[in-house]
Design a protein around this ligand. Structure first.
Ligand SMILES: Cc1cc2nc3c(=O)[nH]c(=O)nc-3n(C[C@H](O)[C@H](O)[C@H](O)COP(=O)(O)OP(=O)(O)OC[C@H]3O[C@@H](n4cnc5c(N)ncnc54)[C@H](O)[C@@H]3O)c2cc1C
Length: 545
């Protein structure tokens, strides 16, 4: 083998970069190998419409990274390399078909007032949601930030038991399981409050009727009030560059156009990786694969001896709904009809409300283009004016209720052919979304200078981890989430191969920019006493002779 590093990461998503940076800070030489021509995976900043219009092609909003354990540890190093987060007082709102709207801000008092305006009692209900969440926030965030399939996971359970008692623990576990619909309808009277919060479950890969979607709604709603909607000045590429800088400054490397073909397994232990087209790299301590279980077991470990149950479990891994991304360069800021705050809000959900989200999710699950999708309309310029030329703007539009293969159109308007996402189907569906948005944004059609649309097929082509256009790299249904991610038979990040770890959105704590799995594995590698790693290596040598 020609090169040797302590730890080799397959793929350069946020989990790899953050994990490699944490290891680098502790003195490890890490190598990140990326098959695409750019680093960052779902973080990609590019002028994809017109010069001067800086788009987040994929992930755009960084509350999860800004609140992450990785950021807490790396903040000084990242800032020293130019990263700066900008935020807004107006992170989100929903606009309904009758022109009414509701907003969630970073001010608790303003939120109480806003929801009270929607229905008497809803303001107090919001206060209760926050007040009941806060004392157990450590447990809620602990569920998302702990290696559940480990002693630490058991420790979290014991801590919860000590804090809450048997009855309290059962109640807490019950709140983990509720659906978003049950949470919202039990808590708030106004359909506006329901429609303000329900679309946020889409950002966790769930729908409002799914088990555990109530827990996710609660976590996100409170996190938005506390943390707003931070974005890096100039785009996510600034974060990617800064993380890669930490890795390189410690003697590591981050390389693009390097497709890993195989994990090299020697004596039951991951010894390195082999690259497509030839070449290999040796890993002294570990190989960390940021891929789907499908790729891990069917490609990278093809030919290696792994228990049949593991590869069969990986084969059963399910992917979720597909997604579409629409980017617009606008010659002037959007002029929203209705509340003036809409023009200042980072993410506006254009939605008929809770039932509308539920219906669109159900239609997509049944293979249909939804008649009335939830339009996630992001306005990055409200936070970072550098994203567009003076006086101009951009829109980042996300549609999270789509089928991978299209069986029909719930609105009965579009011809779907054989169900594949052709250019024609992509553009006609985007036309429908633009037409709906144009009813709410008076100057939309005249302001659009250029539109670029990415269909589920385009998203999969951009990142092999987005199988079928599923941007969360695997269904987040409860049986594939938390301690059961990626599969109940494959919990945690260790694999049947010693020294090979599985990270990324397909693994706990799932998708998003929190870098949770990369952080957990980096900490595990740093926690392992040197003697154990040395013994493992020695064991491998002894087995060989
Ligand atoms: C359109 C879109 C919008 C999103 N918006 C947000 C948002 O605003 N906020 C948020 O928190 N989250 C968002 N998400 C989710 C979040 O971005 C992802 O869950 C997260 O970035 C996934 O990171 P990851 O570490 O799992 O790796 P990924 O980002 O999936 O990257 C994995 C990388 O590994 C590479 N790779 C795979 N196999 C190999 C191989 N064999 N050899 C070499 N390289 C390989 C891939 O090319 C890819 O670059 C969004 C996702 C998408 C797609």
């Amino acid at each position: 083998m020609s090169e040797r590093y302590d730890v080799v990461f397959v793929g350069s998503g946020i989990n790899s970069l953050a994990g490699a940076a944490l290891l680098a800070k502790a003195g490890k030489r890490a190598l990140v190998l990326e098959r695409n021509g750019y680093l960052g995976g779902a973080i990609r900043t590019e002028e994809i419409t017109e010069p001067g219009f800086v788009h987040e092609v994929l992930a755009a909003w960084h509350p999860l990274f800004a609140g992450s354990a990785a950021y807490a540890e790396l903040a000084d190093d990242l800032h020293a390399r130019g990263l700066e987060y900008l935020n807004t007082e107006l992170p989100t709102g929903s606009l309904f078909p009758d022109g009414t709207s509701a907003f969630l801000t970073m001010s608790h008092d303003a939120n109480v007032e806003e929801l009270e305006r929607q229905a008497p009692g809803d303001g107090d209900a919001w206060s209760r949601v926050v007040a009941e969440f806060m004392p157990n926030a450590d447990l809620a965030f602990g569920v998302l930030g702990t290696e559940l399939w480990s002693r630490a996971g058991a420790g979290l359970g014991v801590r919860a038991y000590r804090k809450l008692g048997r009855r309290g623990l059962v109640e807490f576990a019950g709140t983990l399981l509720t659906s978003c619909r049950d949470l919202l309808t039990e808590t708030f009277a106004s359909p506006q409050a329901h429609g303000l919060l329900a679309p946020w479950v889409l950002h966790t890969g769930l729908g409002p009727d799914a088990a555990a979607s109530g827990f996710m709604t609660r976590v996100i709603a409170v996190a938005i009030e506390l943390g707003g909607m931070p974005v890096p000045r100039g785009g996510g590429a600034r974060l990617v560059e800064a993380l890669a800088g930490i890795v390189r400054d410690a003697g590591g490397a981050c390389e693009t156009d390097r497709d890993v073909e195989r994990v090299l397994v020697r004596d039951g232990r991951a010894a390195g990786v082999e690259l497509a087209g030839g070449g290999a790299v040796e890993a002294g301590e570990a190989v960390v694969a940021n891929v789907t279980p499908t790729q891990l077991y069917e490609r990278l470990l093809a030919g290696a001896v792994v228990p049949r149950e593991a590869s069969e479990a990986a084969r059963r891994f399910r992917y979720g709904r597909a997604e579409m991304q629409i980017h617009m360069a606008l010659s002037e800021p959007p002029r929203w009809a209705g509340d003036e705050r809409l023009g200042r809000t980072a993410i506006v959900h254009v939605t008929p409300g809770l039932d509308g989200v539920s219906r669109a999710v159900n239609e997509a699950d049944r293979g249909l283009l939804p008649a009335e999708a939830t339009i996630v309309c992001g306005q990055p310029v409200t936070i970072d004016p550098s994203r567009a030329p003076d006086g101009a703007s951009i829109l980042w539009i996300q549609l999270q209720e789509l089928p991978t293969r299209v069986k029909g159109d719930a609105a009965g308007e579009l011809e779907v052919g054989d169900g594949a996402w052709t250019e024609e189907l992509r553009e006609r569906y985007a036309d429908r979304i633009q037409a709906r948005l144009a009813r709410q944004i008076e100057n939309l059609d005249s302001a659009v200078q250029k539109r670029v649309v990415l269909s589920p097929a385009d998203l999969e082509a951009a990142n092999v981890n987005f199988v079928g256009g599923d941007i969360y790299s695997g269904s987040c249904a409860l049986d594939q989430n938390l301690v059961w991610r990626p599969r109940p038979e494959l919990p945690g990040h260790a694999t049947p191969v010693d020294g090979l770890y599985h990270i990324g959105a397909s693994t706990h704590p799932g998708p998003g920019l929190a870098a949770g799995s990369g952080t957990l594995v980096a900490k595990e590698l740093l926690r392992q006493p040197f003697s154990r790693r040395a013994l493992d290596r020695l064991g491998g040598l002894v087995k060989r002779v």
